[in-house]
Design a protein around this ligand. Structure first.
Ligand code: DAH
Length: 347
């Protein structure tokens, strides 16, 4: 036993005196290595009388533990000392500016969403979210699109095994909003939607929309026109003209397609319009579908259509960015090409 105590004392002293990490490694080898002193001690175990063996085994173990702990502690000390030495050595100038980090930038879709939210909050709208995995009821039925309705065919839907869907548009949140908050109500719902579409320059299976819904007493088409004009003027950063054409969507009546005068040539009558490839000399480009909320949709949301009216719109966010910046391939948004994304760096 006494030789164990002597061994431990000797080891701890050598550990304390080790001048660098290499020296410390050598001390470790001497005591804890495969042929180290502790192993040799353990080798004596079999030559001891049976009743003494457990106590001796324990003593060897305690000794090993004490040495290990001391090694760890000294290692930390030596590492810290080496670091300090390196930092205070020649060639290190703590006043030099660091290497700049390469920072990312908000995706153009996030940027336009922020801008839209800002404009609409200024008009008194609240910003809502809805689930991306949606009940068939909210995505279709409650919006006047029952199972046999042909409009379902234009929504190439991703059906889940449990009968739910990946939402094909942000319109289901209209119903959720009315159910939850009642009327009067003004909300916008930016969000991600999914359709099982063949991807090409103008179609994506994953895309972004922003739904808008305003319900109140005596809400009319003029509220819709004013709101859309204000919003598009802010986003496209110029004075714009809009026009409404009839459009069909089961959840609005009447429904419209809203066009703006072409931002690239300025619209019909402008000198550039004759050659404009964007509006194809029509002077207009299709911007978004909208309309007056169908009475049945108000009922689905728990509201009395005799008392309440409303307008709704569904803005395609990729499309809006494409129109604003002249992007001609929708796949660029999710293609991950940094050369594309860096063009939207905000300063
Ligand atoms: N949810 C429609 C779609 O994605 C777009 C839409 C049309 C939304 C008319 C509306 C609306 O709110 O009034 O096909």
């Amino acid at each position: 036993m006494s030789s164990l105590a002597e061994l431990q004392a000797r080891a701890l002293k050598e550990i304390r005196e080790a001048a660098d990490l290499e020296g410390l490694k050598r001390v470790e080898q001497v005591y804890l290595g495969k042929k180290g002193e502790l192993r040799q001690q353990l080798g004596q175990l079999s030559s001891l009388p049976k009743e003494e063996r457990p106590a001796f085994g324990k003593a060897v173990n305690d000794c090993k533990l004490a040495i290990s702990e001391a090694l760890e502690e000294r290692e930390r000390e030596l590492q810290a000392a080496e670091l300090t030495a390196r930092l205070s050595g020649e060639g290190f100038d703590p006043t030099e500016p660091g290497q700049p980090f390469e920072t990312g930038t908000l995706h153009p879709i996030s940027q336009i969403t922020e801008e839209l939210v800002d404009v609409f909050q200024g008009l008194g709208f609240s910003w809502l979210d809805g689930p991306e995995v949606e009940f068939e009821y909210y995505n279709f039925d409650a919006l006047g699109i029952p199972g046999d309705h042909p409009a379902r065919e234009s929504h190439d839907t991703f059906w889940l095994k449990d009968g739910n869907v990946l939402r094909t548009h942000t319109s289901p949140v209209q119903i959720r909003a009315m159910e939850r908050f009642g009327a009067p109500l003004s909300v916008i719902v930016p969000g991600r939607c999914f359709r099982n579409e063949t991807v090409d320059a103008s179609h994506e299976h994953t895309f972004y929309q922003m739904e808008g819904l305003m319900v109140g007493r005596d809400i009319s088409v003029s509220h819709l026109v004013y709101t859309m004009k204000t919003c598009l003027r802010e986003i496209l950063k110029r004075d714009i003209e809009i026009r409404l054409r009839p459009g069909y969507f089961p959840f609005v009546e009447p429904g419209f397609e809203l066009d703006v005068n072409c931002p690239f040539c300025g619209g019909i009558g402008s000198p550039d319009c004759k050659n404009c490839k964007v509006c194809k000399q029509s002077g207009w480009i299709e911007m978004l579908p909208c309309g007056m909320v169908h009475p049945d949709v108000l009922r689905s949301g728990g509201l009395d259509p005799e008392e309440w009216t409303g307008f709704a719109f569904g803005l395609g966010l990729q499309r809006l960015v494409m129109v604003r910046y002249g992007v001609n391939d929708i796949r660029d948004f999710t293609g991950g090409d940094l050369r594309f994304l860096r063009q939207f760096t905000r300063v």
